[in-house]
Write a protein that binds this ligand. Structure first.
Ligand SMILES: C[S@@+](CC[C@H](N)C(=O)[O-])C[C@H]1O[C@@H](n2cnc3c(N)ncnc32)[C@H](O)[C@@H]1O
Length: 268
């Protein structure tokens, strides 16, 4: 692969210049002694976040495969590689962040692959991974539950580390399996699973579309076939893939084989 580094790699000055040229950065990563985002509005991000849940992820990933969806500049990809993963693939929809990730990989001499691929296209990978990282992406999607369905169907096979911004109630209520049509009151309970729609912007960011409360995050994960095994940090979950009863008439975008059948049926 062609080098993404320009000039000599040796001096901090050169790295500093290249970091500046590749900015702005969301991930603060230390490259050759230089921080990529020292002024991050969330502090030393995502390292500070990672410290609070790092022990919930297997420390030894020897021989395992990892898919980091929405990898940004690759902070979590690099951490998983450091744990011995045999293969780490980071995907993101934004080439700006992928350029940063490839630069970081080269400076770190880390054998991590980065590919431009939106979560909607994970079926193209035709591969299932031992560990999927899906951190900080859900609320940036117009169709969040579809993304979880696609991940479950096409790329996850065991563990998933998940994180979402949450707003609203942090309480959990016992949601009944069914309610009468006239039972409107449960929806007024702040702890009822709620996904808050953002029509315009949140935190000056037009890519924030939906912000769930805690009950909603957990219900969505379960509904998409991810059993919650640990909740090491307010926003972070360690989940285990589990078989779900696929609805006989599942959505075409998740089950493309079915879509082909419908096409064939139409032609009959
Ligand atoms: C808030 S950042 C989270 C980065 C990293 N996962 C973390 O937790 O620090 C959201 C990332 O998701 C990426 N992203 C947004 N929409 C995406 C999509 N449809 N498919 C893949 N990545 C997406 C963005 O480009 C960005 O890098």
């Amino acid at each position: 692969m062609a080098s993404v580094l320009t000039g000599t790699l040796s001096g901090e000055k050169s790295i500093e210049r290249q970091i500046a040229a590749l900015g702005p950065w969301f991930h603060n990563i230390c490259l050759g002694g230089v921080q990529t985002a020292p002024e991050h509005f969330l502090g030393d991000y995502p390292r500070a976040k990672f410290e609070s849940f790092r022990d919930a992820i297997p420390l030894d990933l020897t021989g395992k495969t990892v898919l980091d969806i929405g990898c940004n500049a690759g902070f979590y990809s690099f951490e998983m590689k450091r744990r011995g993963a045999a293969r780490v693939l980071g995907i993101d929809a934004d080439e700006h962040y992928l350029r940063q990730a490839r630069f970081a990989a080269e400076v770190k001499c880390a054998d991590v692959e980065f590919r431009c691929l939106p979560v909607w296209d994970v079926a193209e990978l035709q591969e299932k991974f031992d560990l999927v990282i899906f951190m900080g992406v859900l609320y940036h999607l117009r169709h969040p539950l579809l993304a979880l369905d696609l991940i479950h169907e096409h790329v996850a096979k065991d563990l998933m580390v998940f994180q979402s911004m949450q707003r609203g109630s942090r309480e959990l209520i016992d949601v009944k399996p069914d309610y009468d049509f006239n039972a409107a009151a449960p929806f007024d309970d702040p702890a009822y699973p709620k996904l808050h729609f953002i029509e315009h912007r949140y935190s000056h960011d037009e890519t924030n579309w939906w912000v769930p409360n805690r009950g909603c995050v957990e219900a969505m994960l379960r509904s998409a076939g991810f059993r919650i095994e640990a909740h090491p940090e307010e926003e972070v979950y360690l989940c285990r893939w589990q078989q779900i009863q696929t609805p006989p008439d599942g959505p075409h975008c998740v089950y493309p084989a079915k879509a082909r059948n419908y096409e064939r049926d139409r032609r009959k």
